[in-house]
Design a protein around this ligand. Structure first.
Ligand SMILES: [Zn+2]
Ligand SMILES: [Zn+2]
Length: 382
């Protein structure tokens, strides 16, 4: 029995059309419109304009009380495409370099299969979110009442993963993607003659000392078993050989996988900056922006997902999290669930995500659809 065969070719054509017409975060107007049309055509209740261009389509079946959310992201990246595919981007400097076109097509395919033959009892919400690439579209949907309006006891999302062989599905309990923070520090003195250091706080020396101290946080203030990175990536101040500058600016990023570790890093950074104020007689300011939290899978949801994945493909416990980040993390802060990697690698050295030669592998679309369908039927069992 193949309940997907007749859907695949139209879905691949749909994916390639979305690929040819990419749209950046919060500007997914055409994409969202095309998705909504397809969802209405199969009889789903479609809600548009959630958190910007987000869509939720609801499928109810039977009288079951259980609820589930399945999420796909819709946005493209500001990168010039170099794949030479017949369906290459028609928009200069913009392309689906992260495979969100494939995510959209797989979730739409699951909606088509389940609308035809639900095989579950309960309420299933198909969530199409805007602006995953750095703009926090998931957070915008949540702030717009996503989970108040559409009850989801659990949420799942898939991301294609070029580093895994096609047809392999992997996930893990706990952290699967990193938290991404950025910081900006300004040290201020008053500026003055370099030959009269006794009159002018030295913001350059203060900055040099602070950079050294910041680089000791990962080595000295968190346990060796906790993975984290702190990189100072910007330092700017001064313009003349005989002037002590009035201010120096320092910027950088922190990546971590555990909120406790993340808190400790920020706390130590604040303490060190206060110490610099005292020892160098400067004033300071710190902007510490936690723009994406770590993506933390619920252990039961991840375990269930691996069991379900084994029924449709080869399932694998991912040995460690990826240091990149993902805004599905915001949904996982609100509801238990899991983020899954769908292997899509071709050959020995497939282009990674965000590479100009990357393209979603249509050969894995069927596996992705079957995984969504199986997750829904498992959680929303009769
Ligand atoms: Zn991406
Ligand atoms: Zn992505």
């Amino acid at each position: 029995m193949n309940d997907i065969a007749d859907l695949l070719q139209p879905l691949i054509a749909f994916r390639r059309d979305i690929h040819a017409h990419p749209e950046l975060g919060f500007a997914e107007h055409r994409t969202a419109q095309r998705i909504a049309e397809q969802l209405r055509a199969i009889g789903l209740e479609v809600h548009e304009g959630i958190g910007g261009t987000g869509i939720v389509a609801v499928l109810r079946s039977g009288d079951g009380k259980r609820t589930l959310g399945l999420r796909a992201d819709m946005d493209a990246l500001p990168i010039e495409e170099h794949t030479n595919a017949a369906w290459s981007s028609t928009v200069p400097g913009c392309f689906h370099g992260c495979g969100h076109d494939g995510h959209v097509a797989m979730l739409l395919g699951a909606a088509q299969v389940l609308a035809r033959d639900p095989g579950f009892s309960g309420t299933l919400n198909f969530i199409f979110q805007p602006a995953e690439e750095g703009l926090g579209g998931a957070r915008h949907m949540i702030e717009d009442g996503l989970f108040e309006r559409f009850d989801c006891e659990r949420v799942y999302a898939l991301h294609n993963w070029p580093g895994l062989p096609a047809g392999t599905i992997a996930t893990r309990p706990g952290a699967i993607m990193g938290a991404a923070d950025k910081f900006k520090i300004v040290l201020e003195g008053k500026g003055g003659h370099a030959a009269l250091p006794q009159d002018t706080p030295d913001t350059i020396l203060a900055a040099a000392s602070l950079v050294q101290q910041l680089n000791s946080i990962i080595g000295r203030d968190i346990p060796p078993s906790a993975n984290a990175v702190l990189s100072v990536t910007e330092i700017a101040g001064g313009h003349a050989h005989n002037v002590l500058p009035a201010s120096v600016r320092i910027g950088g990023t922190v990546r971590s996988f555990d909120p406790v570790v993340q808190d400790r890093i920020e706390e130590r950074m604040r303490q060190m900056i206060k110490g610099i104020e005292t020892s160098f007689e400067v004033r300071s300011s710190l902007e510490y922006d936690r723009y994406y939290p770590a993506t933390i899978n619920d252990a039961d949801a991840a375990g269930d997902a691996l069991d379900v994945a084994a029924t449709v493909a080869s399932a694998q416990l991912a040995p460690e999290p990826a240091p990149t980040s993902e805004d599905f993390s915001f949904m996982l802060q609100e509801r238990p669930g899991a983020y899954l990697w769908l292997g899509q690698g071709r050959g020995d050295n497939p282009p990674p995500l965000h590479n100009p030669h990357y393209d979603f592998n249509d050969d894995v679309m069927e596996t992705g659809i079957r995984l969504h369908v199986a997750l829904a039927r498992h959680w929303l069992q009769d």
